[in-house]
Design a protein around this ligand. Structure first.
Ligand code: FES
Ligand code: FES
Length: 151
């Protein structure tokens, strides 16, 4: 049994302590917005927030997250999340959608620490999340749009 906080709610999970957070989220808690891509920390599809930092859920044994605050796409809320969702829609960012939970999580982490990120800062913040559909130019535009709306 491991206790952690997911999307603001305390939960106790029965998964073995070494189980990657990704599978606890998806299989035990039913939070399937966090995606499996590679399972080895390469694609970024499983990105979640732990506190204010992004982490790859496929590489985080759940036992390391006791007392941590995990936020998935299902729990991403507040003014930054609202601004990002609006901008994502206005810029028509999504193609197949598979990477987009992770992209939004990473974008929210970026705008939490930088309210006017440069192109280079956006590139650096998003570089570990692959998009096979090539939506990155629209992601960058949407992040600038969301940042402007928040200022
Ligand atoms: S599934 Fe975690 S980085 Fe690819
Ligand atoms: S929208 Fe298809 S992988 Fe990113």
């Amino acid at each position: 049994m491991v206790q952690l906080t997911v999307n603001g709610k305390p939960v106790t999970v029965s998964a073995a302590p070494e189980t990657p957070l990704l599978w606890v989220l998806r299989c035990e808690l039913g939070l399937t917005g966090t995606k499996f891509g590679c399972g080895i920390g390469v694609c970024g599809a499983c990105t979640v927030l732990v506190g204010k930092e992004i982490r790859q859920a496929c590489r985080e044994p759940v036992k390391t997250l006791a007392a941590a605050r995990v936020t998935t796409i299902e729990g991403l809320s507040g003014p930054i999340a609202d601004a990002l969702r609006r901008a994502w829609t206005d810029c028509d960012v999504v193609q197949c959608g598979y990477c987009q939970s992770a992209q939004l999580i990473a974008a929210a982490a970026l705008l939490t620490r930088r309210r006017a990120p440069s192109d280079a800062e956006i590139d650096a913040a998003m570089k570990d999340i692959a998009c096979r559909c090539g939506t990155f130019p629209r992601i960058r535009r949407a992040i600038h749009m969301a940042a402007a709306a928040l200022r």
